[in-house]
Design a protein around this ligand. Structure first.
Ligand SMILES: *[C@@H]1O[C@H](CO)[C@@H](O)[C@H](O)[C@H]1NC(C)=O
Ligand SMILES: *[C@@H]1O[C@H](CO)[C@@H](O)[C@H](O)[C@H]1NC(C)=O
Ligand SMILES: *[C@@H]1O[C@H](CO)[C@@H](O)[C@H](O)[C@H]1NC(C)=O
Ligand SMILES: *[C@@H]1O[C@H](CO)[C@@H](O)[C@H](O)[C@H]1NC(C)=O
Ligand SMILES: *[C@@H]1O[C@H](CO)[C@@H](O)[C@H](O)[C@H]1NC(C)=O
Ligand SMILES: *[C@@H]1O[C@H](CO)[C@@H](O)[C@H](O)[C@H]1NC(C)=O
Ligand SMILES: *[C@@H]1O[C@H](CO)[C@@H](O)[C@H](O)[C@H]1NC(C)=O
Ligand SMILES: *[C@@H]1O[C@H](CO)[C@@H](O)[C@H](O)[C@H]1NC(C)=O
Ligand SMILES: *[C@@H]1O[C@H](CO)[C@@H](O)[C@H](O)[C@H]1NC(C)=O
Length: 775
């Protein structure tokens, strides 16, 4: 324990120092407040490399570090750098994906199994727009555009050889989960003129069990090479300008050598473009024109300012909190990736239709990440929805998980439905809503084709609702299917989402049908179920087809393996019991009769977290994201405020170890951002629950030009409790607010008075249950 704390503080210190060293006076001070290494350790799996908001190129170091384990985003703080590659995911679970299209500069070391050691562990430095790492013989820097990158290698010693390896087989490995490992399928690389190369790499496997997919690349150096040779496995051929392979897992590539005398101060630059269409498109995707490294860094930073940081203005004395806000905000803008014009499988007529990939996964992001983007960045939000609709149109189903141009996997429901409802009620522009509704109906009515998954052979996990036949026949998922509880709860939320659109774009019958189906979670509620040491009864419970509750191995406090083959996926029955925010009214009524339902509600919610109870809910995982805020539903909002503060202070820290679980494509960061704003969205509805802000004043400029101001008067470490609230100048007595009131055409103005005494200040209506359905 002591060692851990010690190493953590060393790391923190180190990264802060580092940011200062790269933070030369050229960069805007905002970039000094963002820690790119946040959440890279202890299972956060964050990608600390360089990209643009939702950029296709995500350039970072790929490391082999036995003590770190599988490097999901390529990065590990120590070990060997085996390549610097162009594509990564960020913060994911599952298994490592991508890590393709790599370069590695080297000098005279043996080329076999090449890997560079850093001058010392944790010597990587990064500021938004530029990454740098020092090895004994070469300093490496890189920056990124949308679909290309620019590398700068500074070779130290005049006498050294100057080489660059282009390993066309390179990809991230996941030895910890070999069943989901990626494999090299085939590829080739050849020289282009006297200073470049083109080629492609085909990869299969990974978490989504992808069929082979191909990425094309095009590289150029700012000097002609002196020699080029090729390698295949352990054989090296000098004066060879091309190599290819169709043998699985074979290692192939080119090694370029340059004349040290040609270089200026030992500097060699290389620009690389990538494409899913062709090597020509990869070449035309190269953005740099003059090997101008600084200009590309500045362009990258300007894009981040324009799209993200210039929209926020913060006034607060506590720099730790300000940095935490901006750092988490950054992490909300990495996935999915804008691949418009880069889908090789769509018809010619659709080739420029909007396309995003790397939904990793919507299961994680639908609760708070997509609702955040829909507020602060509706242009992106809209493009993401358009992409989902286009994927449905050209491939059959909108995805839940997706990478490498293929859907997979679905952990629970078809949560793209909730994204569409959220976008709809927030009035995102440029979306064909009847087509969106069609995509949702496909999920709700047409079982997907079967694709074998050894972890869950019962039904497809690629797309759609695998357990749909049970849903339609019984109104819940029986134990004949895996993840029966998770699927039942999520299909309910999904059908609620359908009802939201059906109301306007379809018939009254459809609206009523889907609203009714959204109540199906109630079918798994066993009023008689008990849990050890808890003095209340009634929990979700797996149910057999004959209507009996299955009690042979049931425990509301356990999900056993909590995995693909179990009744609940990554959450206990008691946690999933809270996952119906569209109808809290019914849930509360299930907790008891009117007289004591509120007390039981408090008791049940208190029991979930160590603040009052024990560690039942996993704060680091998505099914329980909303739960801490739900005291609002019984008008005791101060309890939500206390619990959210407790969770933030206990589990979320600055620094590389700052996330209490996988970032999950930024889902976790979006929870932090909303918590700090003092709001929590109920996805697919217009409701925000109100907690209390962490910063004295935040001003957000919306895309429509209006501003949203959130002011917390009298805020301090102790003064966290709302005493009173004004919204748009009026006394506000509800602990929730509607989207249009604060994020609409006129923006909004929230002014909190905070103090150190808990108050029940809300005398108004409780938060709505727009999906309320009394069975
Ligand atoms: C090329 O990449 C593959 C896959 O990552 C790796 O197994 C192989 O060792 C690399 N080859 C060299 C020469 O580094
Ligand atoms: C590479 O693999 C893909 C997928 O299996 C295949 O379609 C393609 O024809 C292969 N290319 C070569 C040159 O064998
Ligand atoms: C800044 O905020 C952090 C996190 O809430 C807190 O621990 C720290 O005490 C605050 N610093 C000051 C000077 O108030
Ligand atoms: C997504 O990429 C396409 C193609 O490069 C581009 O036209 C579009 O503007 C991008 N979207 C955003 C929001 O920047
Ligand atoms: C719950 O228990 C009561 C009393 O023992 C019984 O009448 C009822 O049928 C039970 N309900 C279910 C769903 O098992
Ligand atoms: C249940 O137990 C809690 C303590 O854990 C106690 O405060 C509460 O009064 C009990 N409720 C009932 C109905 O017995
Ligand atoms: C459950 O699955 C088994 C085996 O596939 C099948 O024989 C049985 O009819 C199914 N039961 C129900 C209720 O669907
Ligand atoms: C519970 O489910 C298991 C597995 O599906 C089955 O073997 C068992 O018979 C069921 N028990 C009851 C009481 O229905
Ligand atoms: C500010 O907080 C203090 C407690 O620290 C409280 O006594 C005071 O009433 C608060 N001021 C207002 C205006 O709420």
């Amino acid at each position: 324990m002591t060692t851990f704390i010690l190493s953590l503080s060393v790391l923190l210190f180190f990264h802060i120092t580092i940011i200062h060293s790269l933070y030369t006076s050229n960069y805007d001070p905002i970039f000094n407040q963002i820690d790119l290494f946040y959440g890279t350790l202890d299972g956060g799996h964050m990608f600390p490399g360089i990209t643009l908001p939702f950029g296709m190129a995500k350039i970072g170091v790929d490391c082999l570090d036995a003590t770190f384990g599988d490097a999901y985003s390529g990065y590990a703080p120590g070990g060997l750098i085996t390549g610097i590659s162009m594509m990564h995911e960020s913060g994911t679970g599952g298994s490592p994906e991508y890590g393709v299209v790599s370069q590695l500069p080297f000098t005279s070391e043996p080329w076999q199994n090449l890997g560079l050691r850093r001058i010392n562990d944790n010597s990587d430095e990064a500021v938004v727009g530029v990454y740098s790492v020092s090895t004994p013989n070469i300093d490496i820097q890189f920056t990124s555009g949308e679909r290309s990158g620019l590398f700068k290698y500074i070779y130290h010693d005049d006498d050294d050889t100057v080489k660059v390896m282009v390993n066309a087989s390179h990809h991230l490995e996941g030895p910890g989960r070999p069943w989901w490992n990626q494999h090299f399928v085939n590829g080739s690389v050849e020289t282009k003129d006297e200073n470049g190369y083109v080629g492609y790499t085909t990869i299969s496997g990974g978490w989504g069990q992808q069929d082979p997919w191909t990425v094309y690349f095009c590289g150029e150096f700012n000097h002609d090479f002196k020699n080029v040779g090729s390698f295949k496995q352990d054989d090296y051929e000098s004066d060879s300008s091309e190599v290819s392979s169709t043998t699985q897992d074979e290692s192939i590539g080119l090694i370029f050598e340059f004349d040290q005398n040609d270089l200026n101060n030992g500097e060699l630059l290389s620009r690389v473009g990538i494409s899913f269409i062709s090597t020509d498109q990869a070449c035309s995707n190269i953005e740099d024109k003059n090997f101008d490294f600084d200009a590309m860094v500045q362009q990258n930073q300007q894009n981040w300012k324009n799209e993200v940081f210039d929209k926020f203005e913060i006034e607060d004395q506590n720099q730790t909190l300000v940095n935490q806000f901006y750092t988490n905000l950054y992490g909300c803008h990495l996935l999915p990736s804008n691949r418009t014009g880069e889908n090789p499988n769509w018809p010619e007529s659709a080739k420029n239709d909007i396309y995003y990939d790397d939904f990793f996964t919507i299961w994680d992001t639908f609760r708070s990440l997509n609702p955040l983007i829909n507020v602060i960045n509706p242009t992106r939000g809209s493009e993401i929805i358009q992409a989902l609709i286009n994927i449905y149109q050209y491939e059959g189903y909108a995805p839940d998980g997706r990478s490498a141009n293929q859907n997979g996997k679905v952990q629970g429901g078809t949560n793209s439905d909730i994204l569409m409802a959220d976008a709809y009620v927030k009035k995102l522009p440029n979306i064909d809503w009847s087509l969106a509704y069609q995509a949702m109906v496909k999920n709700a009515e047409v079982a997907p084709p079967y694709k074998y998954d050894s972890f869950a052979p019962d039904a497809s996990t690629k797309e759609g609702r695998g357990a749909l036949p049970d849903w339609l026949e019984y109104g819940y998922i029986t134990r004949n299917y895996t993840r029966s509880v998770t699927r039942t709860v999520e299909y309910s939320y999904n059908d609620f989402a359908l009802s939201v659109l059906a109301k306007d774009v379809s018939t009254q019958d459809d609206y009523e049908q889907y609203l009714k189906r959204s109540a199906n979670w109630q079918n798994l509620w066993n009023f008689n179920a008990t849990a050890k040491n808890l003095n209340y009864t009634g929990f979700l419970q797996p149910r057999n087809a004959d209507g009996s509750f299955n009690s042979s191995t049931y425990d509301p406090l356990s999900c056993f393996g909590c995995y693909w083959g179990d009744d609940e996926y990554e959450g206990k029955p008691i946690e999933y019991g809270w996952s119906v925010p569209f109808d809290m009214e019914t849930l509360i009524s299930f907790y008891g009769d009117d007289a004591d339902a509120d007390d039981v509600f408090i008791q049940r919610l208190n029991d979930m977290y160590p603040l009052h109870g024990s560690k039942i809910a996993d704060v680091g995982n998505e099914p329980s994201f909303g739960t801490p805020f739900y005291y609002n539903y019984i008008n005791q909002q101060y309890r939500s405020v206390e619990l959210v503060r407790y969770i933030m202070n206990t589990y979320f820290k600055p620094g590389a170890s700052g996330l209490p679980g996988n970032s999950d494509a930024g889902a976790m960061q979006s929870w932090v951002v909303f918590s700090m704003l003092g709001l929590y969205p109920i996805s697919g509805t217009t409701t925000y629950l109100i907690a209390s802000p962490f910063l004295s004043k935040i001003t957000i400029t919306l895309e429509n030009g209006a501003t949203v101001q959130i002011k917390a008067n009298n805020l301090s470490n102790e003064n966290i409790y709302v005493q009173s609230l004004k919204i748009n100048g009026e006394d506000w007595k509800q602990n929730w607010v509607d989207h249009d009131t604060i994020f609409g055409a006129n923006g909004g103005d929230l002014e909190f008075e905070l103090g150190d005494a808990p108050q029940i200040w809300e005398t108004g209506e409780r938060p709505p249950s727009p999906g309320h359905f009394d069975k």
